[in-house]
Each structure stands twice: as C-alpha cells, then as structure tokens.
Design a protein around this ligand. Structure first.
Ligand SMILES: [Zn+2]
Length: 241
C-alpha cells in the first residue's frame, strides 16, 4: 500500500525541482509537469491544478509504468500529461527524470520554424543534451503527442514541443533534467543574440569529432538513447569533410 510517506525523500526532491522551475520562471501557475522514476515500475509525478511554486512532497502522486495511479493525495490526480512522461520512461530505460516547462526563449524558438538549436554551437550542450529537436505540434494530453515525442526520443535529451514548450530528460534524475533545461534556455539566448549580431557560426565537424573522442576516451554517456547513439558526428548529421 502506498501512503503519503512512500518515497518521501524522492518526493521532496521532486517538490524542490518544481519550486526551482517556478523560481526560474520556466512555468507559471499550474503549467508544466515533472517526474522521477524511482524503480523499474514506479514513477513519482506532479499533480494537476497545483501551482509549481506551492508544490511540496505531500502533493506528489505515484504511478506505474503504464500510467496507472498507485497513489494520489485526496482531491488531486496525476498531471494530464502523464501519457508522454510514461512513454518516455517506457521507451528509454536510461531516463530517470523528466521536466516539461514553458521557458520563454526556448518556447519562442518552438513557435517559429527555426531549427538553429539542432546545430552544434556550444560544447557542453552538444555533450550533455544533443541537438534540440522540435517535435511537431499535437494537442496536449493526447496519445498523438506521445507518438510524436517517441519518434525523436532516441536522438536527444532535450526537445521543443512546437507551439507549446520544452521537454528535457536525464538519466541522473529530475534535478539534472532541470539543469539541462536551464543550460538549453541560456544557449537559446546566446543563439538569439548571435543571430541579432549576425554571422552565428557552428563548431566545425573536425571539432565535433574531437568532442566525440572526449566522450569515448572518458567512457562518458552519449546524449540520447545509449542503445541508438554512438557518435556525436552522426547525431548532428554532419560529414567529416
Ligand atoms: Zn505544457
């Protein structure tokens, strides 16, 4: 039986991530949703209709890998976006934390057809996130949105949802997913400024290959699905010429 006390430590961590997400201005009111995988078949997830700045451990719901509610505090239910969180955990065993939010600069990119964020501009985001791909628009809360996310899920740890917001995931947990989201939001600002100044340039294929070598030599995890991605050069779809 699950109680309010179940997974208290992890619920506290998730609540802290919600508050940080609100402080950073990445969500307003009850917008956005966050989750952590706590075992093979158990996920902690934020509830509906609760502003992220107000969330504490007692508000967090427990669901299984099929999205079934195992525990919800009285009067609350798991977020309506539960289907895509569950789909991400189902399809990538390496993911342990997911953040969906609406940070203003990334969301700005998401409402244009600009694919600049899929390009290799800065070393840390290349290594830790991968190309930030835009998932085609679908209505929130639908299985079709989950289907669209699934198509691109192996290729990155960070996605824009067209005309909606962003979704980031991490193998290290929800705080790391939020760190990646923050890194991407800052990168988006820099890319925006570079475009205003003109002549924005990418890191050359030669140096992307060198980043690849760094990951291999240090046995670090590639961004995206470890069963699918074996090379940054391939991931950024760039030739070696
Ligand atoms: Zn949203």
């Amino acid at each position: 039986m699950y109680t309010q006390q179940s997974f208290w430590k992890e619920k506290t961590e998730l609540a802290e991530a919600c508050q940080r997400c609100a402080e950073l201005g990445y969500v307003t009111s009850s917008g956005g949703n966050l989750s952590i995988r706590v075992s093979e078949n158990e996920i902690l997830i934020t509830p509906t209709k609760t502003p992220k700045r107000c969330i504490s451990a007692e508000h967090i719901c427990v669901i299984d890998l099929n999205g079934k509610t195992l525990y919800a505090p009285e009067g609350l239910a798991p977020t309506g976006e539960t289907p895509f969180h569950v789909r991400m955990y189902q399809k990538r065993a390496d993911i342990n934390g997911v953040v969906h939010a609406h940070p203003s600069v990334l969301t700005g990119f998401a409402i244009t057809n600009n694919d600049m964020l899929t390009k290799p501009f800065l070393p840390e985001p290349i290594i830790e996130i991968g190309p930030i791909i835009t998932v085609p628009y679908e209505t929130p809360l639908t299985d079709e949105l989950s289907d669209n996310i699934e198509k691109f899920l192996p290729l990155s740890n960070g996605f824009l949802l067209e005309n909606h917001g962003a979704v980031f995931c991490s193998g290290k947990g929800v705080m790391d997913a939020l760190d990646m989201l923050q890194m991407a939001e800052e990168m988006a600002k820099s890319v925006f400024v570079a475009n205003v100044l003109g002549n924005a340039k990418t890191i050359t294929p030669y140096y992307v290959k060198k980043l690849d070598d760094v990951l291999h030599v240090r046995s670090l995890k590639m961004p995206g699905d470890p069963n699918r991605v074996t090379s940054l050069v391939e991931l950024y779809n760039i030739g070696e010429n």
